[in-house]
Design a protein around this ligand. Sequence first.
Ligand SMILES: C[S@@+](CC[C@H](N)C(=O)[O-])C[C@H]1O[C@@H](n2cnc3c(N)ncnc32)[C@H](O)[C@@H]1O
Length: 166
Amino acid sequence: MVGGRDIKGYDGFSKMRDSEIKAWINLLPNTGTVLEIGTLMGVSCGIASKAKPNLKFICLDISPAYFEWKRNRTPNMNLFVGTSINLAEIVEEKFDHIYIDGSHLKEWVLIDLECALKMIKPNGIICGHDYYENKKANEGNIFVREALIESGKPFEIVSGSLWKLK
Ligand SMILES: C[S@@+](CC[C@H](N)C(=O)[O-])C[C@H]1O[C@@H](n2cnc3c(N)ncnc32)[C@H](O)[C@@H]1O
């Protein structure tokens, strides 16, 4: 998807479809800490954090759209500027849920996946966005699919381009 969808009540746009945001929220626990890798303007996370007010969200981004993110933030959202490598080096807690939606280059998806596997609690869910089967579906981005296959981890499609590790 190039650009994104404006959502009433939020600054900027979300890269997720309505059905994908709902499906993501369904995967989230009710308490604990969630890591979102690639937050952009924080719109998807803002929606999820309102639906799950008892969850703490860490929004990671190498180059966030900070002014929009700040306006979309809820009290349970915090920003980490950097990469999953940077966070994995310093973080002490493990996450209950990790959502991967950063760079969609194959190399970066593999890095984010590897860091996520280090930072996830046992039985925590790792999922992500922008899985496409072929070039037509998303104007060319099949790298998430390639990275998931190369990782050797079993995964499934939850809704649209939302995937999760089994
Ligand atoms: C697809 S957008 C995220 C969309 C957001 N999750 C949403 O639903 O609206 C991807 C974001 O990843 C960030 N990004 C790109 N490469 C990154 C990297 N290596 N590490 C962390 N964030 C990265 C970009 O700055 C961008 O904001």
